[in-house]
Design a binder for this molecule. Structure first.
Ligand SMILES: [Mg+2]
Length: 337
C-alpha cells in the first residue's frame, strides 16, 4: 500500500464505515468481530466476488463506482428472494502498489451503496493480492414462508420482468467504444443512461417485496442475461417457458447505441446482456395486473408480462407472427470464457 500503513488504513476505513445503524451493537474495526442483533425473521446470506480483469477493469471503472456496485449486486440477490438487506462484510485483496486514496474512494462507494440500501457494513478483512479482488457478503431477512425461490413456477403462470433490459450491456459496449463515439454519446441523454446502468446499477428491493406479496411463485435477479437466467429458473422449477420477443422491454438508449455503432441487435442485447439486476418472476395470471399497478404506484417501476410458463421443458421464443423457435440460453457465464 502506498501512502498509509495497514493500521492507518484500517483506522481510516473504520471512520468511513462508522456510524450508528439499527441492530449494530459493535461495528467495523472495533473488536475481533462485529456484534449484531438477530431480526425476527429468517436470515438470508449471500456473497459476491468481483475480480479485476474478470468482472471489471481499473481503467474503466472508478473506485467509488466499484464499491457501490459491490454492495448493489449482493443487495439484488437479497431482493430476488423477496427480502430486506441488513448487514454487510467487505473483504479486499489489494496489490501492493495500490494507492491509499483509491482504497478510501472504494470505501466511500461501499458506504454510499450501504446507505442507499440501509446495509450496515460491520466488518471485513484486507489482504495483499496480485490483483484487486473485492468480496462482499450481505445478510438480509425475510418472514418465514415469505421467501420466493427459483423453483416454484407452475405451468400457466405469467413471466414478468421489472424495468428494462440491455442497458448495462449497452453501457459496457459504450465504455469500450472508440473514444470519439464514446465522447459524443456521453453528451447525450441515452449515452448517460447506459453508462449509469453499468456503473450505478439499481437493486430492486421494494419491487422484490411487492412481487412476493403479490404472489410471485418464483423469482430471481437478471444478472447473467434474460435467456440464460430464465432457463435456470425453468430448470429449477421443472417447467418450460415461451417468451414473446416483441414484449421484451429493451432499455432506452440501446437502439440509439446500435444505430451509432452500426452493429448489434437491441433485442439480442436485452435477451443476452447481463448485469441489469432487474427481477424476473412468475405470477399467477390474475396477479399480474395488481402487481404491475403496485410497482408503478410505489416505485414508478414498469412490470412487463413477457410470456408464459409451460409444462413442456425448454424455453422458446415466439416471434410476432406466433412462430416458435428455441431461445438459446446465452449470456454471461463466468466459467465459459
Ligand atoms: Mg441472483
Amino acid at each position: 500500500m502506498t501512502g498509509f500503513t495497514e493500521d492507518e488504513l484500517i483506522e481510516t476505513i473504520g471512520k468511513i464505515l462508522s456510524g450508528e445503524a439499527p441492530g449494530v451493537r459493535l461495528g467495523a474495526g472495533r473488536d475481533d468481530a462485529a456484534l449484531v442483533e438477530p431480526g425476527r425473521h429468517l436470515v438470508i446470506l449471500t456473497a459476491d466476488m468481483l475480480v479485476e480483469g474478470v468482472h471489471f477493469e481499473l481503467t474503466t471503472m472508478s473506485a467509488r463506482d466499484l464499491g457501490y456496485r459491490a454492495v448493489t449486486v449482493n443487495v439484488s440477490d437479497v431482493a430476488a428472494m423477496g427480502g430486506s438487506p441488513r448487514f454487510g462484510l467487505v473483504t479486499l485483496g489489494l496489490p501492493k502498489d495500490t494507492e491509499a486514496s483509491w482504497v478510501v474512494e472504494l470505501f466511500g462507494g461501499l458506504r454510499e451503496g450501504g446507505d442507499e440500501y440501509a446495509v450496515a457494513l460491520v466488518g471485513g478483512d484486507l489482504s495483499r493480492a496480485d490483483r484487486v479482488v473485492i468480496s462482499v457478503t450481505v445478510t438480509g431477512e425475510v418472514p418465514d414462508g415469505g421467501a420466493v425461490t427459483r423453483s416454484g413456477a407452475r405451468p400457466g403462470d405469467r413471466i414478468v420482468v421489472t424495468g428494462a433490459l440491455g442497458a448495462a450491456a449497452g453501457g459496457l459496449r459504450l465504455s469500450r467504444a472508440d473514444p470519439h463515439l464514446a465522447g459524443s454519446a456521453v453528451a447525450s441523454e441515452w449515452g448517460r443512461s447506459l453508462l449509469a446502468a453499468l456503473f450505478r446499477p439499481l437493486a430492486r428491493v421494494g419491487e422484490g417485496q411487492s412481487l412476493a406479496q403479490a404472489g410471485a411463485t418464483a423469482m430471481m435477479d437478471v444478472s447473467d442475461g434474460l435467456s440464460l437466467d430464465l432457463s435456470r429458473l425453468c430448470k429449477a422449477s421443472g417447467v418450460g417457458a415461451a417468451v414473446a420477443l416483441d414484449r421484451v422491454p429493451v432499455a432506452e438508449g440501446v437502439r440509439e447505441l446500435c444505430r451509432e455503432l452500426g452493429e448489434g441487435d437491441p433485442l439480442i442485447m436485452a435477451l443476452e446482456g447481463g448485469e441489469d439486476f432487474e427481477l424476473l418472476a412468475t405470477l399467477p395470471a390474475g396477479a399480474v395486473q395488481p402487481a404491475a399497478a403496485s410497482l408503478r404506484e410505489r416505485f414508478a417501476t414498469p412490470l412487463t408480462d413477457i410470456g408464459e410458463v409451460r409444462t413442456q421443458v425448454g424455453v422458446v421464443a415466439l416471434d410476432p407472427e406466433g412462430r416458435e423457435r428455441p431461445l438459446e440460453p446465452r449470456g454471461w457465464d463466468h466459467f465459459a470464457g
